[in-house]
Design a binder for this molecule. Structure first.
Ligand code: ATR
Length: 283
């Protein structure tokens, strides 16, 4: 029940109408019987600073940040977590003693479905070289990945990402390949993990896939960050060759739950994760 002591949470982005975050967080709030309310705020880039001032004035408890503000919000915050200083992107703001602190729970959410998977010394192929790929690489380095292949349509962007990783972490077992190159074949054949961070295969272009099914193999985990549709063409073809598949909903829930725990100081029980997933699929 919303009353005079209800604390406000939210998400800012543009567009924001299709965000599933309000569903996720209000479901958790209800199940855990907490006195919070989570709303979506459309924030065109020109209004971002004003909106943040408004949040300060109204005493918001915390909020998520999504496209296109994950990077541009940094100078508007009071302090940044260490991972944000490396990644340059915020998806969560926590209000601590009145200060707005920027965090990144995207990479934590990405690792959530891989928690039991030993990736030490393994080879991962990452499709895409944007903000999402950067976070995923950060997560994989925490898991002590052995080798990375960065694959992108625009090779220069993948090269820039590889250089950024090397300079920030010293990790240099990285190669860069063009998305349509034959050189991709040996890497995908060898890799234990293949992650799609591009939007290829996302609704409405559900017939598209970033790489040919012939590059997939059974001893591989294929992880697609896209969650609309839940089973992309890439994941369907991976399943058909006998690979293990992970869809993007696990990461979405993982990042949300990590943010939620920071705001509410409440641990979300594991049993609740499965019911959240069912709830989001049935929406
Ligand atoms: P995000 O923050 O989600 O990573 P982004 O920074 O815009 O978003 O990056 C999108 C990624 O998807 C990029 O790697 C992009 O490739 P380019 O760098 O060549 O643009 C990739 N991508 C998007 N649409 C694509 C398409 N139709 N084919 C191949 N790659 C695509």
């Amino acid at each position: 029940m919303i009353d005079a002591t209800t604390k406000l949470l939210g998400v800012i982005g543009d567009p924001i109408e299709h965000s599933k975050s309000p569903h996720l967080h209000n479901y958790l709030i209800k199940c855990l019987n907490l006195n919070f309310c989570y709303l979506a705020f459309k924030a065109p880039p020109t209004q971002l600073a004003k909106l943040i001032d408004g949040f300060r004035a109204m005493g918001i408890a915390g909020f998520n940040v999504t496209v296109p503000h994950k990077e541009t919000i940094l100078p508007l915050l009071d302090d940044l977590a260490d991972d944000v200083k490396v990644l340059g992107a915020v998806n969560t703001v926590v209000v601590e003693n009145g200060k707005f602190i920027g965090y990144n729970t995207d990479w934590i959410g990405f690792l959530n479905p891989l928690i039991e998977t030993d990736l030490q010394h393994q080879h991962a192929v990452i499709l895409g070289a944007g903000g999402a790929a950067k976070g995923i690489v950060y997560g994989l380095l925490q898991k002590r990945i052995g080798k990375l292949t960065l694959v992108n349509r625009t090779v220069g962007k993948a090269e820039a990402l590889a250089e950024h990783i090397q300079s920030q972490s010293g990790f240099d077992a990285i190669d860069v390949v063009a998305l349509d190159s034959e050189l991709l074949i040996p890497s995908t054949r060898e890799a234990q993990l293949l992650v799609n961070t591009t939007s290829v295969g996302m609704w409405p272009k559900v017939d598209e896939t970033p790489i040919s099914a012939s590059m997939l193999h059974p001893n591989q985990i294929v992880y697609d960050l896209v969650y609309n549709p839940l089973e992309t063409r890439l994941l369907k073809e991976a399943r058909q060759v006998g690979a293990q598949t992970i869809d993007g909903l696990g990461m979405f829930i993982g990042q949300g739950v990590a943010s939620f725990s920071k705001w509410t100081h409440t641990k979300v029980p594991v049993e609740l994760l499965e019911s959240v997933r069912k709830y989001l699929i049935e929406l």
